[in-house]
Design a protein around this ligand. Structure first.
Ligand code: BES
Ligand code: MN
Ligand code: ZN
Length: 495
């Protein structure tokens, strides 16, 4: 998609379609009002006819505009005339693009950044337009014969007044970077596990590194992990014929001595459960168990595109979890890189086993903070559904920063407690800790497990099991939490 800014007055504008907002009670946004005047009251006529009342989410396409270089007008309902909430604004943007997707329109001009939204400026509004449109028109075709997408949209311009140009320019750059990071994440996650293997993820990371001068990528092989003593990570990968990889992305654009922000993403390219085999129904969706890793790649891509003046380390432990004659077994005890011994009581709780060694490995980067993202527990879906990601951590400032970023980015998180009482559930008679904590509070005990490997730094964990992909008819990756992490990084870059 090609994004641009349009500052020409509406009278001079030429486009296939312009998107304008109308409120209930025949109230217009400024552009709708101007267009109405320029077309002898065309929009008023449509409203008087009862074709649109201005309710939230309504749309009407006027596809013949007499004597105008603007070929079509898409009216979008914004509800009662009042400043919109951020959420309502995004809902209106989704309604607009969903209407456009049903047409053959290739180039569109959006006037909706002029709508009043509580607490947000032109920069944020511009960014949302780009993020929402890009998200809505994304369509996976890689392994389909028909590569045509439903949407024919190719060009989008943001209509803006001269005096908002700098904010709109900044919003466009951020929106484009985040949208591309989200698309990359969705694409990798939607790929099947026979294509998207640990090796494939490593290749994608190397390719990303080759495109950005400030991004250095390196890969640890199983032999390197052996030498580092990553007994926990290797216990998971030994049941798979695909070699595991530990991918490191090193983005250095901050001050030389500034401590890095470390982002770790679970890159389990297929989770069959191992010897504690999962049931058949829906097992295909376990190709998405690498969404955390994909989101690390998407976030570093966005950070590099935005040229954020930060030092960021991305770490992706990538492996499969398969049943095999050599796979680890319930009751096995392994020694993690930290030296702590772990009793495996369920081989399906593998995410924490690859993450714990990666957390220990993160210590060598002397991190300012460490954030891990993982499709870690089905229990997170039970607790929070598919709306927010679960947030747990050992540092209130970091957790609050993530909560604030999630609000701006519209990529919600909800904090769960990480009280020491829950650590009891991980006790083992035979090792320092067990890899599962019983049926209660599964998301919390999983985070408790990780916390035992995150004692030496400020750390937060995002359980994205409910938010990284959709199931059912719209099955597919969401690209979350790339918007949240990108916003966190933008906020950090701004001091
Ligand atoms: N990848 C799964 C978690 C998951 C399940 C994500 C469903 C999304 C949807 C993880 O590796 C897993 O299998 N977790 C187990 C842990 C249990 C054995 C303690 C789970 O949630 O059932
Ligand atoms: Mn599992
Ligand atoms: Zn898993």
């Amino acid at each position: 998609m090609d994004y641009s800014i349009e500052t020409a007055p509406l009278k001079e504008l030429q486009c296939d379609c312009i998107v304008v907002g109308v409120y209930q009670g025949a109230q217009f946004c400024p552009s709708a009002s101007t267009l109405n005047d320029n077309t002898q009251g065309l929009i008023s006529k449509i409203i008087n006819r009862g074709d649109i009342s201005g309710k939230k989410g309504e749309t009407v396409l006027i596809n013949a505009i007499p004597d105008s270089a603007i070929k079509r007008i898409l009216l979008v309902g914004l509800g009662e005339k009042a400043a919109l909430t951020g959420k309502n604004y995004r809902q209106a943007l989704f309604a607009a693009v969903n209407a456009l997707k049903k047409t053959s329109i290739k180039s569109v001009a959006y006037s909706l950044a002029e709508c009043d939204v509580i607490g947000y400026d032109w920069q944020w509004k511009t960014r949302q337009i780009i993020e929402v449109v890009s998200d809505a028109v994304y369509q996976y075709t890689h392994t389909k014969s028909d590569k045509n997408t439903d949407s024919k949209l190719e060009k989008l311009s943001i209509i803006a007044p001269e005096h908002e140009l700098s904010r709109v320019t900044a919003g466009l750059a951020q929106g484009r970077a985040i949208a591309e990071g989200v698309i990359f994440t969705k694409f990798l996650a939607d790929l099947p596990a026979n294509i998207c293997t640990p090796t494939y993820l490593a290749e994608q990371a190397l390719e990303l590194g080759s495109k950005h001068g400030k991004l250095a990528v390196s890969i640890l092989e199983e032999s390197d992990m052996q030498a580092l003593g990553m007994g926990s990570f290797l216990a998971v990968s030994r049941g798979s014929r695909q070699p595991a990889k530990l991918i490191t992305l090193n983005y250095q654009s901050g001050e030389k001595n500034a401590k890095p922000i470390v982002i770790i993403g679970k890159g389990l390219t297929f989770d069959a459960g191992g010897i504690s085999l999962k049931t058949a129904a829906g097992m295909d969706e376990m190709k998405y168990d690498m969404c955390g890793g994909a989101a690390v790649l998407g976030t570093l891509m966005a950070a590099a595109e935005m040229d954020l003046p930060l030092n960021i380390i991305g770490l992706i432990p990538a492996s499969e979890n398969m049943p095999d004659g050599d796979a680890n077994k319930p009751g096995d005890i392994l020694t993690s890189m930290s030296g702590k011994t772990i009793e495996i009581l369920n081989t399906d709780a593998e995410g924490r086993l690859i993450l714990c060694d990666t957390l220990t490995y993160a210590e060598r980067f002397n991190p300012d903070v460490v954030i891990d993202l993982a499709t870690l527990t089905g229990a997170c879906l039970v607790a929070l559904g598919r709306v927010p990601s679960g947030l747990l951590g050992n540092d209130d400032i970091l957790c609050n920063d993530l909560l604030a970023a999630s609000e701006t980015a519209n990529d919600s998180v909800w904090r769960l407690p990480l009280w020491e009482e829950y650590q009891e559930q991980l006790k083992s008679n035979f090792a320092d800790l067990a890899n599962i904590g019983g049926k209660d509070a599964g998301t919390i005990t999983a985070a408790c497990f990780l916390s035992q490997f995150a004692e030496n730094f400020r750390w937060a964990h995002l359980d994205i099991a409910g938010t990284a992909w959709r199931t059912g008819e719209r099955k597919g990756a969401t690209g979350r939490p790339v918007p949240l992490l990108s916003q966190y990084l933008i906020n950090r870059a701004n001091g």
